[in-house]
Design a protein around this ligand. Structure first.
Ligand code: NAG
Ligand code: NAG
Ligand code: NAG
Ligand code: NAG
Length: 577
């Protein structure tokens, strides 16, 4: 038998007899059939042509390469500017140029000082955030300034919890840009950081840096060049009650803290913070193994929580900087016109909830045979649904040939269509343009990610079909419980492997869901295990550094702080984080 024959079914599956179909329905079938035919101008193609290459890229047993980072590039790029994912994994690995469009409103709170800031200071995207810096005596109130962006502002975004001021990795990428080395001892030195980042960025027309902590914020290099003051108000203070520079359990204080986290929850999931528009064609990722090979050995054996950019070689660092400079010196336009944010999201939308429900169905104790079979059939339905657009008729097996093939090689054309349908569309749409290096990285991440999803889904579906739980291929006799149990165990292993490799933050949620008086929350620097440093004595700038030097910082290597897990917290008093 030739390798091509191996992929083909031995027998053609019988079509339903027309005699059993009511006439009107039959006509509808025909019409739909013609429409579908008309919509398929391209022959089914793939990298390996029509051949069924079992040993090579279409091997259903071949897992992703150990050091491949497609899953990491995919999930970080898919999580940019989203609060949830970047609170979960604080150590950013991505730097992306972006624009803050005209009309964006930004806020700045301070002690009732003499001046509205003019250069080198911070703004928040939500007043709930800036108001916490609106500090002052109850008698004198505080200063709260509202700005509006009047010219498109060129910014650079650092992903992760890049405004969480500690030396365990969240500031690595900024340190590189500001100082060309990690300076853990300067973790709290916010003033030096903004000064040096702005000085570096000035050469490339950057007017700000977007970061994230309790919510999104921006470092602004020049307050007059791209913004105008809308209002500058002497407001009533929030009546925060602090003790030794720390907030107390006082209801007002807890309320303000909660409401800040609440405002961040609006930016928690896709599309995230939309007041910054990122240029994905200029994205630089430290998970790019071609650009930053020196970090590959550093990640071996580490959990993702422990991935850091510290440890990068100086050659790699120079390469990253050169790449960024190249990107910044060019006008911010996407080279191919592809909307990468949407392209990536589409994959998550399509598979996330179906994989999730399969995991739920497989997470049962396997005692009751009825429930067992019922769940197996339901999982098989889900797999079928995922693969429906790729289940080419010529691939599906005959009843007699199914069981003889332990490698499930007959299912390879389904696997191949599933993968290439995504990839071919990108290649066709990018034809005639040159993808930037960033876009090629995203394309590769998309390729690795869809390949693995399709591989595991096809493998599971083919096994289910063979085991006799597929609705279109009912077994002659009811499959016995032991067989189903073996199938479910294999499925569990496959699905667990896939979902932990993908590690999508959309799956991290409160289970069971929170009640009406609660919201789902991930421990966020610096709240919860360490009271926030609200006590800003003189000016905001120096206060940022001084106050925090005196507080006991949380140990980022401990408990929920190291691996933030979701939990329900009250949205109404009494509060608790
Ligand atoms: C800020 O921008 C304004 C307007 O472009 C310019 O006149 C001013 O010199 C800048 N300030 C600094 C500190 O660079
Ligand atoms: C993964 O990377 C490490 C460190 O560079 C290397 O020793 C190992 O051989 C790589 N593994 C594979 C399968 O390529
Ligand atoms: C599996 O079920 C157990 C018990 O119901 C539950 O605690 C656990 O969270 C479930 N796991 C998943 C991944 O759903
Ligand atoms: C912070 O600590 C320094 C030195 O330990 C001390 O001089 C200063 O008063 C402290 N500041 C506050 C706000 O407690």
């Amino acid at each position: 038998m030739s390798s091509a024959d191996k992929c083909r079914p031995q027998l053609v599956v019988p079509m339903p007899s027309t005699a059993t179909i009511p006439k009107a329905v039959f006509w509808i079938f025909l019409v739909i059939g013609q429409v579908l035919t008309a919509q398929v101008p391209l022959p089914p193609t793939s990298a390996s042509g029509d051949r069924c290459d079992l040993s090579g890229q279409w091997n259903l047993d071949e897992q992703p390469a150990t050091n491949a980072t497609g899953n990491l590039v995919f999930e970080t790029a898919n999580s940019l500017l989203q609060h949830w994912a970047n609170t979960r994994y604080r150590n950013g690995h991505t730097i992306v140029p972006g624009t803050v469009p005209v009309g964006t409103i930004l806020y700045h709170g301070a002690i009732m000082g003499p001046h509205v800031p003019t250069a080198l200071d911070w703004v928040a995207t939500e007043p709930d955030h800036s108001m916490l810096f609106c500090m002052g005596e109850v008698k004198s109130g505080c200063l709260h300034v509202t700005f509006v962006v009047t010219r498109p502002m060129k910014v650079l975004y650092f992903d992760g919890s890049s405004a969480a001021l500690f030396s365990e990795g969240s500031m690595d990428t900024q340190d590189l840009m500001a100082w060309s080395e990690m300076k853990p001892e300067w973790a709290l030195n916010e003033y030096q950081r903004i000064e040096d980042l702005c000085k570096w960025g000035q050469k490339y027309g950057l007017n700000g840096f977007v970061r994230m902590q309790m919510n999104f914020e921006m470092m602004i290099c020049n307050f007059t060049s791209h913004m105008e003051v809308v209002s500058s108000l002497n407001l009533e203070t929030l009546h925060l009650k602090l003790k030794n520079g720390q907030p107390t359990e006082d209801l007002n204080t807890m309320h303000s803290t909660f409401e800040l986290m609440h405002s961040a929850s609006w930016r928690e999931a896709y599309p995230g913070e939309t007041q910054v528009i990122l240029d994905y064609s200029g994205l630089v990722s430290f998970y790019d193994t071609a650009l930053v090979p020196s970090l590959v050995p550093r990640r071996v054996g580490l959990e993702r929580w422990d991935h850091r950019v510290a440890g990068i070689s100086s050659e790699d660092m120079e390469r990253v900087k050169d790449r960024l400079i190249q990107v910044l010196e060019q006008p911010p336009v996407t080279a191919s016109g592809i909307d990468w944010k949407t392209v990536l999201r589409l994959v998550v939308d399509r598979y996330a909830s179906r994989l999730d429900v399969m995991q739920y169905l497989l997470n049962t104790t396997l005692d009751d045979t009825h429930i067992l079979l019922d769940h197996a059939e339901k999982v098989q339905r889900q797999l079928r649904t995922v693969l429906t657009p790729y289940t080419v008729l010529a691939a599906v097996p005959s009843y007699t040939s199914v069981t003889s093939d332990t490698q499930n090689s007959w299912a390879v054309p389904v696997f191949r269509e599933c993968v290439t349908s995504h990839m071919s569309s990108i290649s066709i749409s990018a034809r005639g343009t040159t993808l930037t290096p960033s876009e090629r990285l995203l394309l590769q991440a998309l390729q690795e990610t869809t390949r693995e999803i399709c591989r595991v889904a096809t493998r599971m579906w083919a096994s289910g079909l063979t085991a006799g739980v597929d609705p279109f291929y009912p077994a002659n006799k009811r499959p016995d419980a032991d067989h189903i149990r073996t199938l479910m165990d294999e499925w569990k292993k496959d699905l667990r492997g896939l979902m932990s490799w993908l590690d999508w933050s959309v799956w991290v949620k409160c289970r069971p869901a929170c009640n009406v008086e609660e919201i789902c929350y991930l421990p966020t620097w610096p709240i919860g295990f360490f009271p926030p440093p609200y006590d800003f004595p003189e000016s905001q700038n120096s206060a940022r550094s001084q106050t925090m030097e005196n507080t006991s910082l949380p140990d980022p290597n401990k408990g929920e702080w190291k691996r933030p897990q979701p939990k329900c917290i009250r949205r109404l008093g009494p509060y608790g984080f």
